[in-house]
Design a protein. Structure first.
Length: 153
């Protein structure tokens, strides 16, 4: 499996590309929601740039979790009139993003999704904005983001 090591500059470029696509789309989020852990850094960067509030959402199917918990605190801060941008680092298998979509789209009518990297082979096909496209079905790669194992570099 090929390993791709992304740098901080790569991430800055990817975030700029997502912001460019959002602006070209003439759609500005009212609230940024970063998925812990990988989505937090790009979410913070976009939140600062667009001067929009940031919330976090912990969604993980790792470590044997069957279903993440519904974040009722997040639901208190959103209304149907708000444009919500959900951000993660990668749409890999799509399981987390699909769960978010199925769980929160009934409460949020104007929800969009952004990831730094979109895996075309993912089960989640509703990524509105992404900077890098891969297809793990055709070319198996492992992406290493700068916030992962930074202490080893």
């Amino acid at each position: 499996m090929k390993e791709i090591i992304l740098t901080n500059q790569d991430i800055a470029n990817q975030v700029q590309e997502i912001i460019r696509k959002i602006q070209l789309d003439n759609w500005i989020p009212d609230l940024i929601v970063g998925i812990t852990r990988g989505g937090l850094i790009p979410a913070i960067m976009i939140s600062h740039y667009l001067k929009k509030p940031l919330r976090t959402l912990n969604v993980s199917f790792r470590d044997g979790l069957e279903t993440p918990k519904l974040d009722t605190d997040l639901l208190k801060h959103i209304t149907d009139e708000l444009n919500i941008l959900i951000i993660d680092d990668i749409n890999d298998t799509g399981k987390s993003l699909l769960w978010i979509y199925e769980t929160y789209s009934m409460s949020i009518s104007n929800i969009r999704f952004a990831t730094l990297v979109n895996n075309a082979g993912s089960q989640f096909k509703n990524i509105d904005y992404y900077a890098m496209d891969i297809d793990k079905n055709e070319n198996e790669v492992w992406l290493v983001f700068p916030w992962e194992n930074w202490w080893l570099r």
